[in-house]
Design a protein. Structure first.
Length: 310
């Protein structure tokens, strides 16, 4: 199923489309469209009801990337932070609350993050930020989805983002801004982000947003085919990510073997529902070499090669 088809299915529910860098599109179940930090991609498929800008760097505030309805409300950091006070906004059934976001490249008095609430969902967009003490306050918000920047240069490192995720305690943690502008998505950076609630959403991909999300791995659109992806990064040291897709509920086994056929790790051995999944293998204790990973579900088995180089 291509991304366009997936987006059409998702458009009847609460949805998020990741457009790359820090640019995201949120569409609520009542059809309201929210864009955050537009940049680098022209997204004219839906006109904006709300545009949120975390700060005035050119890779976060390009309003030419989106169409706006006549009634569109654009909220900039200057609107969101006034006299040192973080502001809140209510736009129909959408509530937007500005929160702290800053580091050496992004002054505290001119940059913000946002908590966006609708239909029982609370989505946190961190903006360009470092790992800051104010993140502890977000735990009380019961965040459903946290979008965390982690390029390690202008924002947090993936290791700091992992600490931030533990502090925020969101149900799902989505890596964004994984490279400086103009970026491509960095699998190596995402692999270093080790939150147990990590949800990988690649640029151009869409997901359904659910207020009661309990699985950070399952897409609400069942995959059409049983599939095992190539691990990334590959070669790797010491950790790598393995993604797979299940078209139906099944008992799943995902194991690692060395060249002699000896089993070295079991990553999955359980019943799983239809959906998209990822598992991390940390091979810090293993010697360099060629390994194989085997996915077995129902009557299907797929094996692929991975390379550990230390």
């Amino acid at each position: 199923m291509n991304n366009a088809s997936a987006w059409n299915i998702l458009s009847t529910s609460n949805s998020l489309k990741y457009l790359g860098h820090s640019f995201v599109k949120i569409k609520t179940s009542e059809g309201k469209v929210i864009y955050i930090d537009p940049f680098n991609v022209t997204e004219f498929s839906d006109s904006a009801d709300v545009v949120l800008i975390t700060h005035e760097h050119s890779d976060h505030n390009d309003l030419t990337c989106v169409r706006q309805r006549a009634t569109c409300q654009v909220i900039r950091s200057a609107n969101a932070l006034q006299g040192g006070i973080y502001q809140s906004f209510t736009i129909g059934n959408i509530k937007v609350t500005a929160v702290a976001a800053y580091n050496a490249y992004h002054p505290k008095n001119s940059c913000v993050g946002y908590v966006v609430e609708f239909d029982g969902i609370k989505l946190y967009h961190a903006g360009d930020t470092g790992f800051i003490t104010e993140m502890a306050d977000l735990a009380s918000h019961n965040i459903t989805y946290a979008l965390l920047p982690m390029d390690g240069i202008y924002t947090m490192s993936p290791e700091e983002a992992t600490q931030a995720a533990a502090m925020i305690q969101a149900k799902c943690d989505i890596p964004i801004h994984t490279m400086p502008p103009t970026d491509t998505y960095s699998d190596a950076i995402v692999a270093r982000f080790t939150s147990p609630h990590k949800l990988i959403v690649r640029p151009g991909a869409s997901i359904e947003l659910n207020s009661t999300a309990t699985s950070v791995e399952n897409s609400t659109i069942p995959p059409e085919n049983f599939r095992l992806e190539q691990n990334y990064p590959n070669p790797f040291n010491p950790s790598t990510i393995i993604e797979f897709k299940l078209p139906s509920k099944s008992f799943v086994s995902l194991k690692i073997f060395d060249l002699t056929g000896r089993e070295t790790a079991t990553l999955v051995s359980e019943d799983l529902s239809a959906g998209n999944y990822s598992r991390q293998w940390n091979a810090a204790e293993m010697p360099s070499g060629i390994y194989f990973y085997r996915l077995q579900a129902a009557n299907s088995v797929i094996t692929k090669k991975l390379v550990l180089i230390k």
